[in-house]
Design a protein around this ligand. Structure first.
Ligand SMILES: [Zn+2]
Ligand SMILES: [Zn+2]
Length: 141
């Protein structure tokens, strides 16, 4: 099953069809990795109008197709865990890059046990990490 099939199925479940703008926005986020709405807009224009890009992203967020990666007061978008393996990110405050962190099972277990100890039924989680990436740390020294 391709990611487009999964997208189509997910949309259908909620009563939506796979329109051209929805396919193009999805393809862009899939190809670009974490990106902002303006970056998506740059890629899909002039085929998709700005207003429909916003509407598609809003729908995708509501249906859990894309998720936000917070970076301070801004955010980037990426495909949700439905389409990729669960992972965390760190945001470089120097070059604004999002670094994808390798999976580490003891962190996942610690988060689950933290929720359990607080009688909280966890459905999803994300961690917000910011600092200086490796490349930027080399430039600064
Ligand atoms: Zn950096
Ligand atoms: Zn996690």
């Amino acid at each position: 099953m391709t990611s487009l099939d999964m997208l189509q199925q997910k949309l259908k479940e909620s009563g939506f069809s796979l329109t051209a703008p929805r396919r193009q926005v999805f393809r862009t986020i899939e190809a670009e990795g974490p990106c902002t709405i303006s970056e998506i807009q740059e890629k899909v224009s002039p085929h998709v109008h700005r207003a429909s890009t916003y509407r598609v992203v809003q729908l995708f967020e509501r249906l859990g197709i894309v998720q936000r990666i917070p970076m301070g007061w801004k955010y980037k978008l990426e495909l949700s865990d439905m389409f990729t393996d669960h992972h965390h990110h760190a945001h470089c405050t120097s070059c604004d890059k999002i670094v994808k962190l390798e999976q580490q099972s003891d962190i996942e277990m610690a988060i689950e046990s933290l929720a359990r100890r607080n009688h909280f039924k966890l459905e999803s989680h994300s961690l917000e990490m910011s600092g200086i990436c490796y490349e930027c740390s080399l430039k600064k020294s």
